[in-house]
Design a protein around this ligand. Structure first.
Ligand code: GDP
Length: 406
């Protein structure tokens, strides 16, 4: 073998070795690249994958942490962003509250009522048991009752009856006078009126309660508080947010509902047709087999004709599907005669079946209870005595009169 042949043999062996080494290197590189491709997107989003194979563990944790299905994750372009900035916050589940039992609430809250109506009760007692009752004293009694918004008719009736009693019995000692006053005030408030609220299923469908009133009277708050009263009575309640004029009203109502585990049917669009929302609420409550659906409505008074047309439509549209069992008119007790005029207008359009008097804690005008019942011919069924969630009480005539006189 020549020296040239030996040299060629060496060259051939060296080339062979280079080819083998090159092949091995390419194979190794491919292996690493393949692993990266297989990593799940979520693992790459949080940067937990470093190509060492721990990526799949990261995916599991991430999915569990967010409870979001993988197919809802953003496209690959966003995946390099840090997790804290891209993931939505975990949903906050509100704690379900247990509302106070409604029975006897007015008794428990009587201090609120008494505080604002002490002037009425104490003033009357002082005048009537103060010895000789001359004309000036009777006039003062009248003025006190009128100032408490009892209304002219009821005031005249009450003073006439008391004058007769004093003339016949001839006594003005405080205990006797208090007894008379209690009896006469109770007669005016009328304990015989049916103050129950239609909140049980009727003929296999939910009871429908429409809540109306001028904005600012406490209407939405009252719907929220009433939901609590009904939940405390073990009713299945659904709320309908048909006050679509004020965007915040639906949120406000939903929050009230969530606190006691009650669903709210609403539109997310400001200015949506309130009649359509009311219709959907009744439909939803029927499908959910609820006991009762409470429908909040808008109460813009700047355009009275428009408001009344709208309410009339809400009523008609609901009635295509179900009768309305209760129409509650919310009135702010501090607005006095103005509130009474509003009440008449609503009464004409939607046929009010019960009054809710709010803000009785902030007024000495408790006589409005009597005046509004007389004017509308419908009973006060609930009274608002504060801003707390359970400060709405079923109206109890005895507790009310006692709170004024004690
Ligand atoms: P809406 O516009 O008629 O729906 O009125 P809201 O429900 O938004 O209530 C208006 C304000 O009245 C809120 O600040 C309520 O907390 C307040 N409010 C409602 N009811 C009562 C009540 O009985 N007493 C007091 N003091 N405030 C009340």
């Amino acid at each position: 073998m020549s020296a040239i042949d030996t040299l060629w043999e060496y060259v051939a062996v060296a080339v062979g070795l280079l080819v083998i080494l090159g092949g091995l290197a390419v194979g190794l590189l491919r292996g690493r690249g393949g692993k990266t491709k297989e990593l799940p997107p979520s693992a790459r989003r949080d940067g937990s994958s470093d190509g060492t194979g721990t990526g799949s563990g990261g995916t599991t944790t991430l999915d569990r942490e967010t409870s979001a299905p993988t197919d809802t994750l953003p496209p690959p372009a966003e995946r390099t962003e840090p997790r804290e900035e891209t993931l939505p916050p975990p949903p906050v589940r509100p704690t379900i509250e247990t509302p106070d039992a409604p029975v006897g609430r007015l008794k428990r809250l009587r201090a609120r009522l008494a505080r604002s109506n002490t002037a009425l009760g104490k003033g009357l007692l002082a005048l009537l048991s103060g010895g000789r009752l001359d004309e000036a004293a009777w006039e003062e009694v009248e003025d006190t009752l009128l100032a408490a918004d009892l209304g002219v008719e009821a005031t005249t009736e009450l003073v006439d009856r008391l004058r007769t009693k004093v003339a016949v019995e001839g006594s003005t000692d405080e205990a006797t006078v208090k007894g008379w006053l209690r009896g006469e005030l109770l007669t005016l408030v009328d304990p015989s009126l049916d103050r129950s609220i239609a909140s049980s299923r009727v003929d296999g469908r939910p009871a429908v309660i429409l809540v109306v009133g001028v904005n600012g009277t406490g209407k939405t708050t009252t719907v929220g508080k009433l939901a609590r009263v009904l939940v405390a009575e073990d009713k299945d309640v659904v709320l309908g947010a048909a006050d679509t004029f004020r965007a915040a009203a639906a949120d406000q109502l939903q929050t009230w509902g969530e606190r006691v585990g009650v669903a709210t049917i609403r539109s997310d669009r400001e200015g949506a047709d309130p009649a359509a929302v009311a219709f959907d609420a009744v439909k939803g409550a029927t499908e959910m087999e609820a006991d009762v659906v409470l429908i909040d409505t808008a109460g813009r008074l700047h355009n009275k004709v428009g408001l009344m047309d709208e309410l009339g439509k809400v009523k008609r549209v609901i009635e295509k599907q179900s009768p309305i069992d209760e129409v509650l008119l919310v009135l702010d007790a501090t607005t006095g005669q103005n509130g009474l005029r509003q009440a008449e207008v609503f009464g004409d359009v939607v046929g009010v079946t019960g009054i809710v008097l709010t803000k009785l804690d902030g007024t000495a005008k408790g006589g409005i209870v009597v005046a509004v019942q007389r004017q509308l011919g419908v009973p006060v069924k609930l009274v608002g005595l504060g801003e707390g969630p359970d400060d709405l009480a079923p109206f109890d005539p005895e507790a009310f009169v006692d709170a004024i006189l004690d």
